[in-house]
Design a protein around this ligand. Structure first.
Ligand code: DX5
Ligand code: ZN
Length: 223
């Protein structure tokens, strides 16, 4: 089963001095989820936001928040990010030796759970936990920065995931998504489209949310 297309603007490319306006704009434009990138300068070579920013975003967002934890110790910070108002917590499989424990704890705190894979990480690394998660987020760039080029070789992982019996209905892709890359992404079986620079650096960011959906839906119809 594949869930409907969901557009998830990544706030990393938003204007942080105008965050309320940026959030309201994408929500009104029809965003389904807001994607928030948490980086610790250790798991990835960049530092971004913490729970206090998630809490502030929660107050002005009318759509669920997916908090993408690109941090080395997700267990340590799980409670704070849940308390801050995350609806989905997406962790990296490369950061945890006991992912089952983390997933169970997160679920008991009432959030949905996603697992993310770096471009080099294989589907085999998450095979065991596939039946436990609500989302698989396949990275199509090396995590850490917005505005990088899409890596088409990761699409094979989506096809592999979709043919697995225990695949969750939501598969996301994150990195380098835009009007040119979305068709092949949707065709491969992705339904959650995370886009940062394509939306927030567009001439008309509001229209871009709709355009991405339109391009994606064309592929769904032709599948
Ligand atoms: C990168 C982040 C992405 C980032 C994507 O590590 O996980 O969510 O915002 O940015 P674009 O869409 O510009 O590639
Ligand atoms: Zn992300």
């Amino acid at each position: 089963m594949i869930s409907p297309i969901k557009i998830a603007p990544s706030l990393l490319s938003a204007d942080f001095a105008m965050l309320r306006d940026e959030i309201e704009m994408v929500c009104e434009a029809g965003a389904d989820i807001l994607h928030l990138d948490v980086m610790d300068g250790h798991f990835v070579p960049n530092i971004t936001i913490g729970p206090c920013v998630v809490e502030a975003v929660r107050k002005v967002s009318s759509v669920p928040l997916d908090v993408h934890l690109m941090i080395s110790d997700p267990e340590k910070y799980l409670d704070s990010f849940v308390k801050a108002g995350s609806d989905w917590i997406t962790f990296h499989i490369e950061a945890l030796s006991e992912p089952q424990k983390f997933i169970e704890r997160a679920k008991s705190l009432g959030v949905k759970v996603g697992v993310s894979l770096k471009p080099q990480t294989t589907v085999a690394a998450i095979e065991k936990i596939l039946p436990l998660v609500d989302l698989v987020l396949v990275m199509s760039v090396e995590p850490g920065f917005g505005g990088q080029s899409f890596r088409p070789e990761v699409l094979a992982k989506v096809q592999e995931l979709r043919s697995a019996a225990s695949c969750p209905p939501d598969i996301g892709m994150d990195g380098g998504l835009n009007l040119d890359t979305v068709p092949q992404v949707v065709k491969s079986g992705v339904n959650v489209l995370v886009a940062g620079s394509a939306i927030f650096h567009a001439q008309d960011p509001e229209a871009m949310v709709g355009k991405l959906r339109e391009v994606a839906l064309k592929e769904v119809v032709s599948l």
